[in-house]
Design a protein around this ligand. Structure first.
Ligand code: HEC
Ligand code: HEC
Ligand code: HEC
Ligand code: HEC
Ligand code: HEC
Ligand code: HEC
Ligand code: HEC
Ligand code: HEC
Length: 456
């Protein structure tokens, strides 16, 4: 290669890197937040869920106030808040520490109030804040990355606002510290109980509540929990059976991501990598607070075996879909339905996304019936089976597998029917000099699609 040609890729890189950065900056500079900020408008309530991006102070009360003055006036304006604060450790900390007033978290200038981000709590609680930020090293899922994860999910920007507003309520676990110890009591004891997690960790696709309460651990909590001393930290010997936080925030660490082997359960991973062996040891050490080590290791092996079986089933369904796709039998095909509004790549190369690696996480809607069957098998049946086996609720795991089996049968039957119909259609077309009916743009201009384009 002549020397001057070497400059061509260098030149392309020199031009495209800044363009790339510029593009990302531009896409984040809309009224919303995250990668698709230009495609949607924030709701008023987002100011509370994601204050860093959206909160603007009230300006109806003017002046700078001392902590005592905040209390005096708010005793009348918001008595519930003041009462909770009075009961909290912030109003009467141990030893000779200063009380933590309203102004320490919200500021003193009433025209420039803020709602405290994790950084503000971290100013006094550096350990908890640092552990929380450290979750980012482990990627998703994690609490620290939860807001980004929701905002940058394509369906968050694609769907009508009414269907996605609630996403940010749960995913606000990243942007404020009052998810588990609620304001303004900020009680550690409250956060140790399983109920603290259940506002968010329940229902499909994450049935943590059902599976925990059906497990031996959850049964013990339900039978005896009211007599446990919740003022004790979550340490070996303090609790007869574990709660969510006992297992996932062991030793009180504000870090839920460092032990996660199978993560959310939405893709197959190799459970035996050296990184995962480190996590496995941590789990076994934790179970060994109450159980025998080898016994605990066997429980984790059972989970791996359950996952392997689940993925065998899922791959069989994916193969069926991929073979229909290569025979052009998915109806309506990706070309015949409106692309996801935010997915510019989909405008160029339209194809049906099958499975995790092709990006089907966005395929909650706008797909053919058989693709939706697979989605439900993968996202609901499979994730239920995972949580059943992770939390020791065998009957839930079995139910998840029974549901996967019947989904797989359904997909097989539907595929056979589609193939038969497809053949008949081709024969018909042959008779009509090759002319085959297609829906054309029929699906493009539905009421839902139009509304969605205009109301994000
Ligand atoms: C003279 C009475 C008074 C004093 C003193 C006062 N507040 Fe308020 N505060 C109010 C009223 C009234 C509202 C409701 C304002 C509104 O909704 O427009 C309010 C609202 C708030 C809000 C909610 C803002 C929102 O956007 O929802 C916060 C937070 C707050 N005050 C914190 C403080 C802090 C911190 C101090 C002390 C530095 C303080 N207040 C002192 C009367 C007072
Ligand atoms: C330890 C920090 C902290 C202290 C101290 C504190 N707050 Fe808050 N406050 C918060 C957090 C966190 C939120 C929730 C913010 C959000 O939703 O984004 C909040 C929200 C609020 C809100 C708006 C939401 C609601 O629940 O109505 C008001 C009003 C408020 N605080 C008033 C007060 C007053 C008055 C005091 C003093 C008695 C006080 N706060 C003390 C952390 C604190
Ligand atoms: C100005 C410093 C300061 C800020 C800001 C602050 N705290 Fe605290 N926090 C304290 C002190 C002091 C204590 C009492 C510690 C003690 O008694 O030893 C405390 C105690 C706590 C406790 C333990 C309560 C218990 O039941 O044992 C929790 C939980 C807590 N804070 C959460 C928060 C959260 C969440 C935020 C932000 C919304 C926050 N704090 C902001 C100083 C602060
Ligand atoms: C306000 C909602 C909310 C509360 C309360 C909450 N979480 Fe979460 N949690 C989430 C969200 C959202 C995610 C997924 C974040 C993402 O998309 O990456 C998550 C993820 C997790 C994960 C997965 C981490 C991983 O790496 O696989 C664990 C474990 C977890 N939470 C445990 C808990 C426990 C234990 C509690 C209670 C002590 C709790 N959570 C309370 C919203 C919450
Ligand atoms: C009821 C609370 C709740 C609501 C509402 C919610 N999520 Fe989540 N989300 C969670 C929890 C909890 C997890 C983590 C589950 C786990 O690790 O088992 C999670 C995981 C995720 C993940 C990571 C897994 C993946 O598929 O990549 C994404 C992305 C996500 N949510 C996006 C959204 C979007 C977008 C919405 C709104 C359409 C939404 N969530 C609504 C609680 C919620
Ligand atoms: C997923 C739930 C959850 C979230 C989110 C959460 N905490 Fe906690 N927090 C807990 C639990 C559980 C405990 C009790 C830990 C123990 O028993 O050792 C606790 C205890 C604390 C304590 C008291 C520690 C002690 O030793 O007395 C402080 C301070 C605290 N949290 C601050 C924070 C701060 C700051 C944030 C935001 C960065 C935060 N928390 C977010 C669950 C949570
Ligand atoms: C006995 C300990 C234990 C208890 C109690 C427990 N879990 Fe789990 N949880 C696990 C194990 C083990 C896994 C599988 C982890 C893996 O794949 O590495 C898991 C998986 C999870 C996951 C998937 C993400 C991850 O870390 O892999 C979430 C989210 C979760 N649990 C939340 C909860 C919630 C919420 C509760 C309470 C309702 C709870 N757990 C109770 C042990 C526990
Ligand atoms: C704080 C103590 C404690 C911790 C930690 C703990 N367990 Fe348990 N576990 C118990 C108790 C108590 C029982 C009920 C024993 C009985 O039925 O007599 C139990 C029961 C079980 C059972 C049901 C056994 C049966 O015979 O039905 C399984 C499975 C289980 N634990 C798995 C685990 C795993 C896996 C871990 C770690 C991820 C773990 N446990 C962590 C206390 C604990």
């Amino acid at each position: 290669m002549r020397v001057r040609y070497v400059w061509i890729p260098v030149l392309i890189a020199v031009i495209s890197v800044p363009i790339g950065f510029y593009y990302v900056d531009w896409s984040k500079s809309g009224d919303g937040a995250g990668l698709y900020s230009r495609s949607w408008q924030p709701e008023a309530v987002f100011a509370y869920w994601n204050p860093e991006d959206f909160y603007v102070s009230v300006d109806s009360v003017i002046g700078e106030f001392s902590g005592e003055q905040c209390i005096d006036c708010h005793q009348g304006v918001t008595p519930g808040i003041v009462n909770d604060w009075r009961k909290s450790r912030h109003s009467k900390p141990a030893d000779d520490q200063n009380a933590v007033y309203c102004s320490d978290c919200h500021g003193s200038n009433h025209e420039d109030l803020h709602l405290p981000s994790p950084e503000i709590c971290g100013g006094c609680h550096a350990d908890q804040h640092n552990q929380f930020v450290d979750e980012k090293r482990y990627g998703f899922p994690s609490h620290a990355l939860a807001m980004e994860r929701a905002l940058d999910a394509k369906h968050f920007a694609d769907k009508p606002k009414a269907e996605v507003t609630a996403c940010l309520q749960c995913h606000s676990v990243a942007t404020k510290c009052d998810s588990c110890h609620t304001r303004h009591l900020f009680s550690a004891a409250e956060a140790r109980r399983p109920e603290a997690c259940l506002t968010c960790h329940s229902g499909p696709p994450h049935p943590d509540d059902e599976t925990y309460f059906n497990s031996k651990h959850g049964e013990l909590y339900l039978a005896e929990g009211e007599n446990w001393d919740w003022s004790k930290p979550l340490r070996k010997g303090n609790y007869p059976a574990p709660t969510c936080a006992y297992c996932h925030m062991d030793e009180g660490k504000h870090q839920v991501a460092n032990k996660s082997i199978w993560k959310f359960g939405i893709k197959q991973i190799n459970p035996l990598t050296s990184g995962n062996e480190v996590k496995r040891k941590q789990w076994i050490k934790l179970c060994a607070d109450c159980h025998e080590k080898d016994w605990s290791a066997d429980r984790l092996k059972e989970m791996d075996a359950e996952r392997k079986t689940a993925w065998n089933k899922l791959y069989r369904a994916e193969d069926i879909l991929k073979s229909l796709r290569s025979d052009n039998l998915i109806y309506p095909s990706a070309k015949e339905r409106p692309p996801y509004p935010t997915d510019s790549a989909d405008d160029l190369i339209q194809y049906e996304h099958v499975g995790f690696f092709e990006g089907q996480a966005s395929a909650f809607y706008n797909v053919s019936a058989i693709e939706r069957d697979y989605f439900e098998m993968w996202y609901f049946d499979n994730l239920a089976a995972y949580k059943g086996s992770a939390h020791g609720d065998i009957s839930f795991a079995n139910k998840g597998h029974a549901a996967m089996d019947s989904s797989l049968e359904k997909i097989k039957h539907k595929a056979e029917k589609i193939r038969t119909l497809g053949k008949a259609e081709k024969n018909e077309a042959r008779k009509n000099n090759g002319h085959q009916e297609h829906p054309g743009k029929l699906w493009f201009n539905g009421e839902y699609t139009e509304y969605n384009r205009d109301h994000n």
